[in-house]
Write a protein that binds this ligand. Sequence first.
Ligand SMILES: NC(=O)c1ccc[n+]([C@@H]2O[C@H](COP(=O)([O-])OP(=O)(O)OC[C@H]3O[C@@H](n4cnc5c(N)ncnc54)[C@H](O)[C@@H]3O)[C@@H](O)[C@H]2O)c1
Length: 392
Amino acid sequence: MADKSMEGLNNFTAEEVKVVDTTKKMRIGIIGCGWIADSHMHSYLKQPDVEIVAGADLIPGKAAAFMAKHGVEGAKTDYASHKEMIEDKSLNLDAVSICTYNRQHAQPAIDALNAGINVLLEKPFTVTLDEAVAVMKAEKASGKVLSIGFQPRMDENMKMIKKIVNSGVLGQIYYIQTGGGRRRGIPTPFGTTFIEDKTAGLGALADIGCYSLDMVLNGIGYPKPLTVSGYKSDFFGKDPNYSGYKNGNGPAYSKLFGVDDFAAAFIRLEGGIILDFRIAWAMNLDTPGDTIIMGTKGSLRIPSTECWNGTVGGPMKIYHEVAGAQVETEIPVLKQKEGLFDLKIRTFLDACKNGTKAPVPSSEILYNQAILDGIARSAVAGKEVEIVIPEI
Ligand SMILES: NC(=O)c1ccc[n+]([C@@H]2O[C@H](COP(=O)([O-])OP(=O)(O)OC[C@H]3O[C@@H](n4cnc5c(N)ncnc54)[C@H](O)[C@@H]3O)[C@@H](O)[C@H]2O)c1
């Protein structure tokens, strides 16, 4: 039903002019100076009210090389770990980006919040539910901003999913299918921190599974998860001949592989909603299917992408009935004016400066983490488990 020729007709509103107050520069530190820290740095350097004052990495010299690569002068980097940097009172840090591997998300976040520093924590929130709860207790005690790094949240198409649900056009939602996959996409281009248990803790489940859960749970207002029956496997990662391992790394990487490369689950949510989920870093299939949200008045189909990364793979469609006729309404893919990462950083900075709600609040991602944790527990137990979320 969408008519492309009408695009723009409803766009006569004036462009919003965003003015950034530059009278006080935000003093930022980066914890973990690896792959994703580059994206944080690129976005921080575009902001007129930011000064990068420090960086820390466990690997000696890595933080200094990182600052040099980005042309940042004067930042202090001589720290053996995040803790020394946080304890350096001379820095007067306003905020930190935590870009460490999954198993090092909780402690740096707790230490930073306890020191009264705002935190932008990379996704996944943590590895376990207990860790997420501990971070949130520190957040509550500190009164500081904690935002979790889900940049797909900034995508206009993701916001549209929520708007569609809130419009009521789908009626009562009762069943959701979500997830995604890659044929050969175990992430090892920058080493093995994604695939070793001691650094990653969880594999595809936490890396891209958290995005697919957020796509639908954010869309429907994050109902509480109640029970989960989960499964995980590692057939591709443990195979020395897996064709995605390059440069002869197969034998070594397959030995180190200690996480999941595929996971599936059946989750019951409050409100009688069923969530059917699967996620793959590697599989012999093009896609494990589109995301669908089924409701009593209409259902939404969100096309999958080939290499799943948490985005919308094409125009979404609503299947519904109008005057007794079964019709489909196509929602054209919305163009994004600003980069998602730039928005992730900007909205975090604004929340810190204005003391407003985190753009991606821990209170929502707690339920996402509870599901990941439940899937991992259920997979080990070989049966359905209850999800119990402690008071914070
Ligand atoms: N938002 C996104 O699009 C996106 C993309 C990729 C990765 N990530 C997330 O970012 C995190 C990091 O991924 P990466 O690919 O950059 O990993 P990486 O291994 O390249 O970098 C992590 C760095 O953190 C350092 N580190 C670990 N613990 C530390 C500590 N306590 N103090 C100081 N330094 C510490 C390590 O030495 C390493 O250099 C992961 O949790 C991942 O899920 C997010």
